[in-house]
Design a protein around this ligand. Structure first.
Ligand code: BGC
Length: 838
């Protein structure tokens, strides 16, 4: 894919800028206007400067697009935690190139990705959006992504700076992190990406207390100026997370350049006043403006920039359902998949002619392709597992059995069961004024999730009326889930009411996406209709707009979960092979909240256990982004961790099962046996503070320190072949401690394969607190069956360094380090000693 657009010479060589000088001479209010967004996803243009509108978009699952383009389908990638399982910077480069192409197709200049917060606790709501629990792996992958997307002239925005590892109270809490941990663990991926030249960075919602300074991220001068700009030399734009900026002077003085979204917010006239009053200097404003102008030059939004060419038309970029994009997305999801267990060579499948296959599980029927929250994109399609398996297994007969739902809420009501009082399809909406008079009426015909904008400011609330058909005799459960203040009636009977009004916080905590339900239960002897009438609040979510949102769901009489499980088990027993796809769903993994536990939702453990007992040839496929407890893991013959695979769910699953693509993923985090073992079991702030008490022992380091045995350790993944390690040699590479490890790996299995060679360090016995073992580098190796490859892996100086609190600088402790090389953090095959001299 070649996103041929815009800047024809390396954008980094663009010299800023006489437009910046022009910008400085603009009237103060015009300069200040540039420092708050023009809309939710746009920056202000300034034609006098040749500055066009810059459009930003989330990231990191795909590129959703700006106001005009977000309704068009986007390529939906596997979640970042999935692609991180490839451990492959080259794959991240290909993702960067794809995202740049998607950005240009959708008129986007800045993609709000990658997320380099760490998976500090497995319950973290945005776990699936992060790359890894390990700072080195996260850094290496993020650098490759950022370099490649920006090489195509699209800015990356690294986020969320810093310590946004929890969703609970995320807009409020102050993270307390000791300085050494901050430097060595949480800042490390940001530092690496800044060094690689990232053009924008997002300041987080939460705050940070470090070294006696306590402030929100947007107001943190130590973070935004001392560390980021003075020490690291960041010359890009610092943008606030959406609605994170609450004040005027402090962020402007601390180093925040851009408040998003706009056009409202705490800057504008208040910032002009602050400059007039001398609380913020005009020089500070000029610096912010200059950085925005530099960003514009980098992304091709500033006319007169050397090398600037007009953007290619959207049609020049491959569509998200083109064979080219689909092929890449299939490969990404398949390569990311981790083989957790494969006894007796069940995988890859080798089925006799005419074999019968029972495809089972709630996630086989409805794969969970992406987590919830701001990263959400609408794909052009979701490749169906059943259809893909039928195609990939010619001659086999494949049947589908849900085995019960794992969702607590009922299914959304389809349009064909809804009508307005006048008999039209859909629901009737009335906008009501202050005096209860009807200002406007219209029908909503997309009942999937009822969400519509309300522009009229004279509308005080809405009334919604619908006839809902209850098909068939039996018990019907109707779930009505309003966002904010409401009064809901079913057939004239009050089901629930609340006067609690809500605002933008429902967007920030994602509760608008899963509002709690009011339930009405109706028993009927025949098909009939009920009238639903609801008066609902119009939510004023500031720059996210004014809207009404309610979910309408219903459970009709039908088979129970127990009956569905029985059917699925019977199908498994009478088939040659069972494939069970289980996992999380949109009720489980999302931005906005942390998970209360690591359990698989619903009765899926029971389903797996019974299917495995019924058919010794069972493959279990786990469709989840973040760890869930798998109590049957070592009872099932084969288990794959299939992640949140994106739009190519079915095609990737078929490719992996048949072995068309080797699932060569290695866990970028640790899979616990039991919840009680997890070193950082939650991220719940206490009294407004979140204490990172585990210090530098994040992720697998914590498991090693506590000598606990996980179900599968960091770096684990079997692939489809076997590997032998030999001939490790370790040598200083250049000046002093920068070393390299060279090792020969042989593919001793019967299939061509891919290995991820991992290098860990263990420190000298010098009294300095260190992790038991830490990741220092890795390499991806392809080898044909029977072939050997020698690979050399650089170990950067930083891998040996520690943050010296007294000197406030990095120091390199001398001594004897053990270099351990292997297939995972606990399957270490070879070791050598390296003498480090400062
Ligand atoms: C998220 C960011 C996202 C922004 C814009 C925020 O709630 O934390 O990651 O980029 O919204 O959607």
């Amino acid at each position: 894919m070649s996103p041929n657009h815009m800047v024809t010479e390396p954008a980094d060589t663009v010299t800023p800028l006489s437009p910046a000088a022009t910008a400085r001479s603009l009237p103060l209010d015009e300069k200040v206007r540039l420092l708050t967004g023009a809309g939710t996803w746009t920056l202000h243009s300034l034609p006098e400067l040749g500055l066009r509108t810059i459009t930003v978009s989330d990231g990191p699952i795909g590129v959703r697009g700006g106001d005009d383009t977000s309704s068009l389908p986007s390529a939906q990638l596997p979640a970042p935690s999935a692609t991180a399982a490839t451990w492959d910077p080259e794959i991240q480069r290909r993702i960067g190139t794809l995202m740049a192409s998607e950005a240009r197709r959708k008129g986007v200049d800045v993609v709000l990705a990658p997320v380099v917060n760490l998976q500090r606790t497995p319950v973290g709501g945005r776990h699936f959006e992060c790359l890894s629990e390990d700072p080195t792996l996260a850094a290496n992958l993020a650098v490759a992504f950022v370099e490649s997307i920006q090489a195509a002239g699209v800015a990356a925005c690294i986020k969320h700076f810093i310590a946004n590892e929890s969703e609970t109270e995320r807009t409020e809490y102050i993270a307390r992190i000791d300085e050494r941990t901050l430097r060595e663990v949480y800042l490390a991926p940001f530092e690496a990406v800044v060094e690689a030249g990232v053009w924008t960075l997002m300041a987080a919602y939460n705050g940070l207390a470090v070294g006696g300074v306590e402030a929100t991220s947007t107001e943190h001068e130590v973070l935004l100026t001392d560390i980021l700009r003075t020490e690291w030399g960041f010359d890009g734009v610092v943008v606030s997370d959406w609605l994170a900026t609450k004040t005027t002077d402090a962020p402007a003085n601390a180093g925040l350049d851009l408040v998003m979204p706009g056009p409202l917010g705490p800057w504008g006239d208040a910032l002009v006043d602050a400059v007039h009053a001398g609380r913020v200097s005009e020089a500070a404003i000029d610096e912010h403006v200059e950085r925005i102008v530099t960003l514009a030059a980098r992304v091709g939004a500033l006319s007169g920039t050397p090398g600037l060419v007009e953007p290619a038309p959207a049609g020049d970029f491959p569509a998200p359902d083109s064979p080219e994009v689909r092929g890449l997305l299939t490969e990404l999801a398949a390569r990311s998949t981790v083989v957790l267990r494969n006894e007796g060579g069940v995988l890859p499948l080798d089925l006799p002619a005419g074999a019968s296959v029972a495809l089972i599980g709630p996630n086989a029927v409805k794969p969970f392709t992406q987590g919830g929250g701001s990263a959400f994109v609408t794909p052009p399609l979701v490749a169906d597992p059943l259809a893909a398996l039928v195609e990939a297994l010619p001659g086999a007969s494949v049947t589908l059995h849900r085995g019960g739902t794992a969702e607590a809420t009922a299914p959304l009501v389809p349009l064909d069961r809804l009508s307005t009082p006048a008999g039209e399809p859909g629901l009737l909406v009335e906008l009501l004024g202050d005096d209860d008079g009807v200002l406007e009426q219209f029908a909503v015909t997309d009942p999937a999730r009822i969400w519509f904008p309300v522009q009229r400011t004279d509308a005080a609330r809405v009334r919604l009326v619908a006839e809902l058909e209850l098909p068939g005799a039996g018990r019907h459960e109707i779930e009505i889930a309003p966002v904010g203040a409401h009064r809901v009636l079913v057939d004239g009977e009050l089901v629930g009411e609340s006067e609690r009004r809500v605002g933008a916080e429902v967007v920030l905590d994602s509760s608008y996406a899963n509002p709690p339900s009011l339930t009405a239960v109706i028993d009927t002897d025949e098909t009939r209709s009920v009238t639903i009438a609801a008066e609902l609040q119009i939510v004023d979510a500031e720059s996210y707009g004014r809207f009404v949102r309610v979910h309408l769901r219903s459970r009709t009489p039908g088979r129970s979960v127990s009956e569905e499980i029985d059917d699925a088990v019977a199908a498994a027993a009478s088939s040659d092979l069972a494939i069970v796809v289980i996992g999380t769903n949109s009720e489980t993994e999302s931005e906005g909240w942390d998970r209360p536990n690591l359990a698989l939702p619903g009765r899926q453990n029971e389903l797996v256990r019974r299917v495995v007992a019924a058919n010794p040839r069972t493959v279990v496929v786990v469709n989840a982004g973040a760890p869930v407890i798998l109590p049957w893991l070592d009872e099932a013959p084969a288990v794959l961790w299939w992640w949140l695979p994106g739009q190519e769910a079915g095609t990737s699953l078929a490719a992996v099962l048949t072995g068309a693509i080797e699932p060569s993923g290695r866990l970028p985090w640790t899979l616990p046996v039991d919840e009680a073992d997890v070193p950082v079991p939650n991220g719940l702030p206490v009294g407004g503070y979140l204490d990172y008490i585990e210090g530098i022992h994040v992720g697998h380091r914590g498991w090693d320190r506590l000598a606990r045995t996980p179900a599968r350790e960091f770096g684990f993944g079997l692939g489809y072949t076997s590997w032998q390690y030999e001939a490790l040699s370790v040598a200083p590479a250049d000046a002093g401690a920068h070393a390299e490890a060279s090792v020969t790996v042989s593919n001793v299995g019967g299939r061509d394969g891919r290995e991820v060679v991992q290098v860990y360090l263990e420190g000298p016995d010098d009294g300095i607190e260190r992790p038991v073992r830490w990741l220092a580098g890795s390499a991806v190796v392809d080898a044909a069956a029977g072939a050997s490859v020698t690979v050399t892996i650089p170990i950067p100086r930083r891998a040996f360094e520690i943050w010296d609190l007294e000197r406030g600088d990095w120091s390199l402790p001398r001594g004897e380090y053990r270099v351990r090389v292997g297939r995972s953090s606990r399957d270490l095959r070879l070791e050598a000693v390296l003498q480090v001299h400062p």
